[in-house]
Design a protein around this ligand. Sequence first.
Ligand code: SF4
Length: 345
Amino acid sequence: MKKIAYFDACVDTPEEIILAAGMTPVRLFGNPKIGIDKANEHVPPTHCVWARNILEQAINGLNNDIKGVITTHGCDCTNREFDIWLECVNIEFLYFLNAPLKRSETSLNFFIQDMNELIKQIEEKFNVKISSEKIREAIKKMNQIRGLLRKISRFREEMILKSSELHALVKYVQQSDKDEALKKLRSKLEDLSERKPFPNEKLKKVLLTGSVIDDTEFIQFLENIGFHIVIDDLCIGTKYFHDNIDEDGEPIKAIAKYHLNKPIYSTKFPSYERFEIIKNLAHTYKVDGVINIAQKFCEPVLYTHPYFNKKFKELEIPYLFVEMEYNRESYNQLTTRFEAFREII
Ligand code: SF4
């Protein structure tokens, strides 16, 4: 089956539209094992390491099944990088979806208009018809996926599911045929219902937030240090399945409303709204601490940190901020900082 990939820092891409076109949506991830070479010819040295990594892969050529890429506005970095993709990435179809930053009625109408333009361009390019009925069917399928992921995610609270397992599962869902994903999620739920909690007396419960964190090995690295990520605020995590889309309303409007009503993500401002969300999660899940990870040069997360630092201090909630390179060697270099945080919480 043909695939349309999406380059998206905050999962605002309407996968339902791609499904309704009879294609498979595939989220693009970085690859921490590759070196960066060609991308450096196009972006300045202070450009986000994660976005730079994806640019490198795209210049080198994506999988042949991928017939198009939607870049969805997450942060200014992805926004500006789209212009570079137009110049140096060889792909049949490229579309910039302008997911709005603001959450007003005007933004809602703006987002609806841009999604309708996306539909028109996919229809013309791939000679398909994307009907409202097909979008409704896709919404139902994605809602089943979201519902199963929410149920699965709750096993973290009972110390039955490790966050690395959930992370790998969400990545699988974001890159696979959705019918296969549904089968896998149902079987995972059955498996979890029969499991007993893992030994957890020495684990520290934390909330993980920050940039796109897409390397499951990094999550395992935190677990090996002695953290249990009981809740997260990540796009490969709760931001992907926080709620369902209304199945009865006008489908494009329902999709737009869903994305604009999601708890504000780390790539978006204002910081004080984000802080309230994270503070409430920290209290609800009674975490021992909050870990905020910025990929190197991730401006939205870097700008948020000073405010978070001040506010968490006031509340006496232990808070660790780390900016890191996008490669696995850097994890080991950070071991001491994470271990020290584990010791003090
Ligand atoms: S890691 Fe930060 S700067 Fe990079 S694409 Fe994501 S939000 Fe943008």
